[in-house]
Design a protein around this ligand. Sequence first.
Ligand code: GLP
Length: 282
Amino acid sequence: MRVCIFNNYQEMSRIAAAIVGKCIQTKKGAVLGLATGSTPIGMYQELVRMHRSGELDFSQVITFNLDEYVGLSPLHPQSYHSFMQCHFFQHVNPPSNVHIPRGDAANLALECANYEAAMNQVGGIDIQILGIGSNGHIGFNEPGADAEGTTNVVKLSDCTIKSNARFFSSPNQVPGYAVSMGIKTILDKSKTILLLANGVDKAAAVRHMLTGEVTPAVPASLLRLHSDVTVLLDQAAAQELTERTFVSTESRSPIKFSFLKGKKDGKSTDVGRYRYYTFGNN
Ligand code: GLP
């Protein structure tokens, strides 16, 4: 697992876009797993800038979004379909194939099964973008989620409803359920995972994800079972991380987590103006 701590949100977003852009440039038909929420907006803005400056062409790109609210049509202003149009798709040339789960499908079980099948058909996801909820959720996989779960209908926690109410006129307007890629989907189908977090509200979840028990009670901690994860943080989201050594015995291969700030042993280096730590099994 690699952890990069940036001075601010803009730098974090710029590097995230550079990593995604490199994937698009190096693989024809790159498959992107995309996330919504406030966190990746800066990354999308930077990808749009790169497109406008001629650096990125999306015409061969295939995308799969993580989730969608149950009951909202794609045209609903707070649907994740609308979010993606507003923040990304309408500003770039159309990808060859865009997939976002339909929260208004008549048969949601079939919608979920078809979504899994579509990911299988393209050979999985080359790079999966994730945010993190303040309760440690990924996608809409809430604390206590099934670690073996695939794309499914999931119930939103009170914490998430409260947090996402800022986008709706009141908390009772927030749908209670969502269609979300499951934890197993994310872990098994993503070749690379890029998780972004900014702001102090995410600091406790980030600390647990990186240093706490690997447990479905904090879904993001299960990412430590994946062999290729990069975590990009701003200073505020990283503020609860300390210089200590952590040992996890609950990972696929037991791994040592070390924060080695400033040491010149090859495990911790300064890259440009941000701090870069490598720890765990890659
Ligand atoms: C939402 C989304 C997640 C997102 C998270 C954090 O509910 N389902 O994919 O990562 O919550 O959102 P934000 O980036 O707005 O803090």
